[in-house]
Design a protein around this ligand. Structure first.
Ligand code: GLV
Length: 320
């Protein structure tokens, strides 16, 4: 008998077909709407495998109602939406999708950095609103990127990929990470500094750490106050790593110059969120890994992890 699995979102046919070869698949049929919690609570009771997205909170209560569950496969590299400790205690495997989204997410991080520094969205809105009366010397002027100092907080795969992009812009590259990475320093021409120095000296501070209890509000009022008034903060990791209220005040009061934000503490972010009222914020709907190829690779990798786990193999991307 095929193992039963539940997919929390409608996925491309290619992926569903692959899962169907090995599993009995049930799926939430909507693409643009997350599965309601009560439906997930019901579905999870029967299944051995769960294929989920970062929009689902896989917490202890949910895991407690899943007596047959062997594996939770998350279609994301971050897995802060899953209580991994609770899963481990119950002998449930947890997998993620690292590697395949590295370059795409680094691209978006750099795109967001550039868009914020050069006021791309604001300038486009200005033109469309009919406000462009003449070319004028200081109109819509931003911050230089070429030759500036990049500060990378969290030197994982994406941090390293970002450093490569920064090298192409002849940037001085500082990084801070839980552990110093000597080999990467030589390879990428980057310099390890403490967090305080990174914040003080960087023109661009890019947040790329995982979201854990230790990194919650890692950037809050004290950290923002160390940054240059001309500095730009870019967050493509998780919203909760930056204290949004403190960020709002720093941006509003000239503590820092701008912010590019792809992730929010609560997603989808409310359209009346204070950050969205500021012209010096470029806000995106969590699209770091959103290229067509990369999203398909992530979906496929999550399917492979799930199948490996259900067939009794060790999944390639086991996190516990
Ligand atoms: C997206 O944010 C991911 O973690 O893959």
């Amino acid at each position: 008998m095929k193992p039963k699995i539940y997919l929390t979102r409608k996925l491309p046919k290619l992926i569903v077909d692959k899962l169907n070869e090995v599993c009995e698949v049930r799926m939430w049929e909507k693409e643009e709407e997350p599965v309601p919690r009560e439906i997930l609570e019901k579905e999870i009771q029967e299944v051995e495998g769960l294929y989920c997205l970062l929009t689902e909170s896989i917490d202890t209560d949910l895991l407690n109602s899943a007596p047959r569950l062997k594996i939770v496969s998350n279609m994301a590299v971050g897995y802060n939406n899953i209580d991994v400790a609770a899963a481990t205690e119950k002998g449930i495997m947890v997998t993620n999708t690292p590697g395949v989204l590295t370059e795409t997410t680094a691209d978006l991080t750099f795109a967001l950095l550039m868009a914020t520094a050069r006021r791309v969205v604001e300038a486009s809105d200005y033109l469309r609103a009919g406000d462009w009366k003449t070319w004028s010397p200081m109109q819509l002027t931003g911050q230089d990127i070429y030759g500036a100092t990049m500060g990378i907080l969290g030197l994982g795969r994406i941090g390293e990929a970002l450093a490569k992009r920064a090298s192409g812009f002849d940037m001085k590259i500082l990084y801070h990470n839980r552990s110093r990475k000597f080999e990467a320093e030589g390879r990428l021409g980057i310099q390890y500094v403490d967090k305080e120095r990174l914040l003080r000296e960087s023109d661009f501070v890019c947040v790329l750490t995982p979201y854990t209890p230790e990194t919650k509000n890692n950037i809050s009022a004290a950290e923002l106050s160390l940054m240059k008034p001309t500095a730009v903060l870019v967050n493509t990791a998780r919203g909760g790593i930056v204290d949004e209220e403190a960020l709002y005040h720093a941006l509003k009061n000239g503590g820092i110059w701008g912010a590019g934000v792809d992730v929010f503490e609560e997603e989808p972010v409310r359209t009346d969120h204070p950050l969205l009222s500021l012209p010096n914020v470029v806000a995106l709907p969590h699209i770091g890994s959103a290229s067509q190829n990369t999203r398909l690779k992530m979906a496929l990798l999550a399917a492979e992890n799930l199948i490996q786990g259900l067939l009794g193999e060790t999944p390639k991307n086991l996190v516990n």
